[in-house]
Design a protein around this ligand. Sequence first.
Ligand SMILES: Nc1ncnc2c1ncn2[C@@H]1O[C@H](COP(=O)(O)OP(=O)(O)OP(=O)(O)O)[C@@H](O)[C@H]1O
Ligand SMILES: [Mg+2]
Length: 381
Amino acid sequence: MQSLYLSLFEECRREYERALAGGDEKAAAEFAEKCAGILRKIAEKTPSRAGLYLEKARKWEATARELREGAERSKAVPPGSAGGGLTGDEYTPLVEGLISHSAITWEDIGGLEEVKKLLARNVALAFAKKPEAVKPWRGILLFGPPGTGKTLLASAAAGSLNATFFNVKASDVLSKYYGESSKLISALYRVARERAPSMVFIDEIDALSPKRENVHEATRRTLATLLTELDGFKGKEERFVLTLASTNTPWDLDEAILSRFPLRVYVPLPDKEAVKAIVRIHTRGLDVSRLDLDAIAEESVKRFYSGREIASLCQAAIHHMLEEMNPELGELDALSRIGELELKVRPLEMRDFEEAFRRIKSPLTRKDIERYEKWAEEFGG
Ligand SMILES: Nc1ncnc2c1ncn2[C@@H]1O[C@H](COP(=O)(O)OP(=O)(O)OP(=O)(O)O)[C@@H](O)[C@H]1O
Ligand SMILES: [Mg+2]
C-alpha cells in the first residue's frame, strides 16, 4: 500500500514540477503542500522510517511557504525602484532567479510528434558546432489554443539541452518590475550571453504587443528592448542565445515581433491518436485495459478538448474511481484516522470517464479553432 502512496507522491511531485516549470507558483505551492501531506501519511504507515519521511514532509512545507511568500513579495515593487532605478548590474540576481531547471521530457508530451521533431531539430541546430554559413533561427514562436502544450514543449526543449534556461512570463515581468521591466530584459540577455549557450523562453509574449489596447510607455520600452536584443549585436562576434516565445493570441502580435520569429510553429488541439497518448500519460500507474480509448478520443476531439482538458478529464475519472472505492474518505471523522486509511484502487472503467466528461468543459468553439488555422495558414511556417 505504501507503494500506492509513493506513486501518488510521484504524481503530485510531477504536477508540482510542471506547475513550477510553467511559472505557476500558486499551483506549485498547492502541490508542494499536497506532497508534504502524502509524505506525512507514509511516515505514519512506516514507523521505522518515519523520521526520514517527516523530514522530507517539512522540506516540502517550507517550499510551499516560500513559493507563497515569493508570489506575494513579487507583487510588491522591487527595492530601489522608487529612486532613480537600479543600475544594470543590480539586476543580475533578479535575472538569476529566472533561471529554471526543467524536469519535463519529450515523453511527458503526448502527440505533437511533428512539432516535437521540428523543435528538437532546430534547437539542436542552434547549439551545435557548425560552419559559419549556417545561421540557425534566433527566434522560434509557438502558437496555438490554450492548454495545447506550448509551455510543456519549451520546457522539454530546455530539459533536453545543457543550456542555461531562462523562463520569463511577459505579463509577470511587466507587472512585477513595472517601469523597470525594460532594464530587466536587457539584463536578462546580458546574463544569457554570459552564460551561453542559453535559451530564453518568453511565455505569453502577446502581453508585450503594442497592438493591444491601453499599451503603456513601459510596455513599449520593454518591447523595444526585447526586439533589439533579438536582433543581436551586428558585426560583433557573439555568443548564441536562442529565444523561444509562446502565445495563444498570435493575431495580437505586430509585424516587428513577428519578423524576429521567422520560425512559427502551430501547436494544435490533439487529434485522436494524440488524445490517446495524453490519456496514457495522465493515467500512468493505473490499469486502463478496460477503457475504450478510441471512444474517449473521439468524444474529446468532438468537444475541442486541449491537452489541459484531457489532463483534467483523467484526474476527474481517477477521483471518481477513488471515491467509489474509498467511500469512507467522505466521512468527517476519516481525517482523524487518516493514518489508518488505505486507498483502494481498481482498473479505470468507462463509467469513470462518462462521469468525468460531464464535468469538464472546453472553452473553445469551432470558430476559435478556425481562427488559429487561418492564422497558421497565413503567417505560420
Ligand atoms: N500534449 C500534451 N501531453 C500531455 N499533457 C499535456 C499536453 N498538452 C497539455 N497537457 C497538460 O495540460 C497542461 C497545460 O499545458 P501547457 O501549459 O503546456 O499549455 P499551453 O499551451 O502553454 O497553454 P497556455 O496557452 O494556456 O499557456 C500541462 O501541464 C499538461 O498537464
Ligand atoms: Mg503556456
